[in-house]
Design a binder for this molecule. Structure first.
Ligand SMILES: Nc1ncnc2c1ncn2[C@@H]1O[C@H](COP(=O)(O)OP(=O)(O)O)[C@@H](O)[C@H]1O
Ligand SMILES: [Mg+2]
Length: 258
């Protein structure tokens, strides 16, 4: 279980998250949605233990503030929204950063497998800096997968925390990445993912948490959360939500610029 209780984040004079309660269960994909600037990345970073916060975050029952960095690293992998790499690394070297021994670790089999998994077989020697944005994003995902490849370890679920993992990907690679995340959850791991595309979220998430202005506006099943009312209140747009006939999965199809 990943749990945030009463989590608030203030940076300088700005209150970025306000008394957020959040719960994600292993075996499920939990999506965080909300407008730009609503605090999604900040919540993900608080959940991952990367920024100090008021309140309590627990991961598999452990208060993350009390865990050593290597204990956290064994339990969860984090894909940030953007990752600049300051050194002239190859794709393989970036992925090897996910190994327990980091770059010094001699194991190339797992990183290569991870690259192939994100459809980048053969990209090992390529310069990271010269890859396209979408390729770089998939290299970063391969790094995270290398860190937490098996979704369960010593009977405890492991966690993938992904910040907009499909934002710069073409539609086929969006599905590649979402399938990897789904598979991780199906094998008993936990996935918490920040998403913008509401239709993909509806297809793929088990549970959705909607943020607005640093607060949780609503949490629930996709069909409880993706409604005309929530779209209007949170995004300020009048776009009717329809449902796919056979499954009741909600979708939004804009038919004109409104
Ligand atoms: N380090 C920071 N210093 C000042 N303001 C920040 C910082 N990080 C985030 N913010 C602000 O907090 C708000 C939420 O940011 P973020 O969590 O990145 O939003 P989202 O991911 O939902 O787009 C934004 O208004 C952003 O400008
Ligand atoms: Mg963000």
């Amino acid at each position: 279980m990943m749990k945030a209780e009463n989590v608030s984040v203030r940076i300088g004079r700005k209150q970025i998250l306000r008394e957020v309660d959040f719960l994600a269960e292993p075996g499920q994909v939990t999506a965080i949605i909300g407008p730009n600037g609503s605090g999604k990345s900040t919540l993900l970073r608080a959940l991952s233990g990367e920024i100090p916060n008021v309140g309590r975050v627990t991961l598999n029952g452990h208060d993350i503030a009390a865990l050593h960095p290597w204990e956290l690293a064994a339990m969860r992998g984090v894909l940030p929204q953007s990752s600049a790499v300051a050194f002239p690394f190859t794709a393989l070297e970036v992925v090897r950063l996910g190994l327990p021994g980091g770059l010094a670790d001699g194991d190339d089999a797992l990183p290569s497998r991870a690259l192939a998994h994100v459809d980048l077989a053969g990209f090992e020697p390529r310069s990271y800096q010269n890859l396209s944005g979408g390729e770089q994003q998939r290299v970063q995902l391969a790094r995270v997968l290398t860190q937490v490849w098996s979704s369960v370890r010593r009977d405890r679920p492991r966690w993938l925390l992904l910040d907009e993992p499909v934002a710069s990907l073409d539609i086929a690679h969006q599905f590649t990445v979402l399938r990897i995340a789904r598979e991780f959850a199906d094998q008993g791991g936990g996935v918490v993912v920040v998403m913008h595309d509401l239709n993909l979220t509806a297809l793929f998430a088990d549970k959705v948490c909607v943020l607005s202005n640093g607060e949780v506006w609503r949490t629930g099943a996709v069909s409880d959360v993706m409604t005309d009312e929530v779209m209007r209140q949170v995004y300020g747009i009048d776009l009717p939500v329809s449902t796919l006939p056979a499954t009741d999965v909600p979708f939004i199809l804009p038919q004109a610029l409104v």
